[in-house]
Write a protein that binds this ligand. Structure first.
Ligand SMILES: NC(=O)c1ccc[n+]([C@@H]2O[C@H](COP(=O)([O-])OP(=O)(O)OC[C@H]3O[C@@H](n4cnc5c(N)ncnc54)[C@H](OP(=O)(O)O)[C@@H]3O)[C@@H](O)[C@H]2O)c1
Length: 228
């Protein structure tokens, strides 16, 4: 059975990706900080493996990677999805806003990937998907440190792609615009202005399913009516 691990997947985009791969017969493993929502996901998807892990904590991420290596061996698919959006402006925000987003959105992917890569490199196969953002390529006034973290995540993804070519590992970056998730709670706009999270789930599965001879490198996905 093929194995996928998705970080930050007890709700939102990560959960949508988990659902599609679960339906396709994968062993799906996910993490989040909150045990309650992980349990809800496990109740919905028989056989789902869940891990409580704060992905902003380097030591916890390294311990998680060791657990994944022991339990699954080389992952077939790794999705670096865990992330937090704290709107703000660089010149106004507290230092913690910067530090939290860099550790949650960037360090998480860096350390988890480095932890599981050696086994994937040994098999000379696998797919790594980094959930970036439109904010990885576009600056906007309320982007603040979120944009810094997502620009950097795209840089990580592009560099890793080049490094992994000789190991047969595909590295994809998905750059979504506004996706209807809890991240947008309190924003008074109709659902029609958002990408459904299910579409990102389907997209990741379809890109994974392409021949190993093909990689969709950095994919921009927008709401049909454009950015919010
Ligand atoms: N929604 C959008 O419009 C949009 C657009 C572009 C990119 N993205 C990116 O897509 C990813 C998912 O976003 P989303 O909108 O689906 O978010 P979401 O609905 O807020 O869900 C975030 C998930 O990540 C987990 N999480 C948050 N912080 C974590 C941490 N420190 N350690 C482990 N798990 C953590 C959450 O569970 P716990 O809180 O229990 O930990 C939850 O399961 C993020 O990287 C985001 O930047 C989102």
């Amino acid at each position: 059975m093929k194995t996928i691990f998705i970080s930050g997947a007890s709700q939102g985009i990560g959960l949508a990706i988990a659902r599609v791969f679960h339906a396709a017969g994968f062993q799906v493993a996910i993490c989040a900080r909150g045990a309650e929502k992980l349990a809800e996901a496990a109740a919905e998807m028989p056989g789902l493996h869940t891990y409580v892990c704060d992905m902003s904590d380097k030591a916890a991420v390294k311990a998680l990677a060791a657990q994944l290596n022991d339990r699954y061996g080389a992952l077939d698919v790794l999705v670096n999805n865990a992330g937090v959006f704290l709107p703000g402006k660089i010149h106004e925000e507290d230092d913690e806003v910067f530090e939290t987003q860099i550790s949650t959105n960037l360090h998480s992917a860096y350390y988890l990937t480095k932890g599981v890569l050696p086994l994937m490199q040994a098999t000379k196969s696998g797919t790594i998907v980094n959930i970036c953002s439109i904010a990885s390529i576009m600056a906007y006034a309320a982007g603040g440190s979120y944009a810094i973290s997502k620009f950097a995540l795209l840089g990580f993804s592009k560099s890793l792609r080049e490094e992994m070519k000789e190991f047969g590992i595909r590295v994809l970056s998905i750059l979504p615009g506004a996706v209807k998730t809890a991240s947008w709670d309190g924003v008074d706009l109709p659902d029609e202005r958002f990408i459904p999270a299910e579409d990102i789930g389907k997209l990741v599965y379809d890109l994974y399913s392409l021949s190993g001879r093909t990689v969709v490198e950095d994919l921009v996905v927008r709401p049909f009516m454009g950015d919010i």
